[in-house]
Design a protein around this ligand. Structure first.
Ligand SMILES: [Zn+2]
Length: 466
């Protein structure tokens, strides 16, 4: 049976003489996790040797953290995973808007309650998920939002303006004894940055000219795009100094990690009675497209190319295969090369094209990314010389028609007219499964075309290789 939690300060005192501050609490939970050798930051992929060690150090040292990185590098996930290092719940003074520590309350109301009630001071429990306060910095965030404002209702009830208890606390004080996370820090107006700095450094701030002193206990985690953060004037120097550690996030360095993130984050389109199967080479092509975009001169690299590009295109290509399966009553949806086109709308909204590229047809930019990706993955699986029997049969007059609108079964007679095709398909998938085989055939034919071995024509939504 679970032990009764103390309901008053007096009962709590029988268990402990004081409560840890947030840094002590996170450090001791981190040490417990390290001793158990359990996974730290589960779900944070590709950061084992780069970002995670820095995070562990920062928690050990109780450092305020600034995460620098382009969009879609898991910064929000990092912030949310900081909650794992908090206790399940902590006792606080009941009714306190800033989660006061019952042993040493800092707000006027709780100090007064403590002196009146002593050990009878009633407690409440704050679960860990309520101890992370997150705010997206935008230019219209006000001091009232962040720090607080005078509460007109309290004034109406007879509180005077210079009475601290007339204050309605903002987000930062409400994060007391927890974590305050501010996303895109450089987007805060300078005036707000000053107020934010004061509350962090001096523990004091002013509301409507009235000075308030609150020694808050908060771990701060902020995020910023590296260029915004380092560019002059975007962030006030004293605030920058207040961040003890700066960690650089990054996109996956390996395609394998990009694929792991796709698998972790995908929202699979589900159709009753239909199974979706995505061959490995298709996943690799989608991940490679994102990699290509991250090094493309046509794409604005300052804003970055989020992992969400891979994730959403993964979903879109499954959708395309599902649509075909529904049309033909096939039991399994397997995406093909001709389905890649259906990922373009998902990708385009997430890329910022460079001025010159945007002038061109943006579909063409994405199509080029797809072509390069298919070629890279094809070269990793095949040597063109080993596919000479396929190439020969086309030179001797064979032709093949493919389309995202053709049922899989129609591909199977390809084995009869193109010697060597079956062997090549077999290196990728089960050659007797029409849905998988049609996907693999398209990959091989397109790869040969991109290797300048086959001609390709588009005719009535169909692609003809000759
Ligand atoms: Zn209080």
């Amino acid at each position: 049976m679970a032990k009764q939690k103390p309901k008053t300060l007096g009962e709590l005192k029988r268990k402990s003489a004081r409560l840890p501050d947030v840094r002590e609490e996170m450090r001791s939970n981190l040490i417990k996790k390290l001793e158990k050798k359990g996974p730290l930051f589960p779900g944070l992929i590709g950061y084992d040797e780069t970002v995670k060690p820095g995070l562990v150090n920062a928690i050990l040292c109780g450092h305020n953290i600034i995460l620098l990185g382009e969009r879609g590098q898991g910064k929000s996930r990092i912030i949310r995973s900081m909650v794992d290092f908090l206790d399940e719940d902590i006792p606080a003074v009941a009714g306190c808007p800033i989660n006061d520590d019952p042993f040493r309350p800092i707000c006027v109301d709780c100090k007064q309650k403590l002196s009146e009630l002593g050990d009878e001071l009633p407690l409440t429990y704050i679960p860990k998920n309520r101890r992370l306060v997150e705010k997206l910095a935008t230019s219209d965030v006000s001091t009232a939002d962040l720090i607080g404002e005078v509460d007109p209702i309290k004034i109406a009830r007879g509180r005077t303006l210079d009475d601290e208890s007339a204050i309605h606390f903002g987000l930062v004080p409400r994060a007391n004894r927890g974590i305050f996370a501010v996303n895109e820090l450089p987007d805060l107006a300078e005036k707000i940055q000053v107020a934010f700095f004061n509350i962090m450094e001096e523990n004091d701030f002013q509301i409507k000219g009235f000075p308030v002193r609150l020694p808050l206990d908060i771990l701060i985690v902020a995020t910023a795009n590296p260029e915004d953060y380092t560019s002059r004037g975007r962030i006030i120097t004293p605030l920058k100094d207040r961040f003890d550690v700066q960690l650089r996030t990054h996109y996956p360095l390996e395609k394998k990690h990009e694929i792991d993130i796709m698998e972790q984050e995908v929202r699979r389109p589900v159709v009753d009675g239909l199974e979706t199967h995505v061959p490995q080479f298709i996943k690799e092509i989608l991940a490679e497209m994102t990699f290509q975009a991250r090094s493309s001169p046509d794409v604005n690299q300052h804003s970055g190319v989020s992992c969400r590009v891979s994730i959403r295109s993964y979903e879109a290509i499954m959708g395309s295969a599902l649509r075909r399966s529904l049309d033909y009553g096939e039991k399994r949806a397997v995406p093909r090369i001709t389905d890649i086109e259906s990922t373009y709308p998902a990708i385009l909204g997430k890329l910022e094209l460079e001025y010159e590229a945007a002038d061109r047809n943006d579909g063409e930019v994405v199509e080029n990314l797809a072509k390069r990706a298919i070629k890279v993955v094809f070269d990793a699986y095949f040597k063109v010389d080993n596919l000479s029997s396929i190439v020969d049969s086309f030179q001797n007059g064979a032709a093949a028609e493919v389309s995202q609108f053709l049922p899989s079964e129609e591909y199977m007679d390809g084995y009869d007219v193109i010697p060597g095709l079956r062997n090549a398909v077999q290196t990728l998938v089960d050659p007797d499964s029409p849905d998988e085989a049609s996907s693999a055939m398209e990959f091989i034919l397109e790869g040969l075309h991109l290797s300048n071995k086959l001609n390709r024509q588009v005719k009535d939504k169909k692609i003809v290789y000759k």
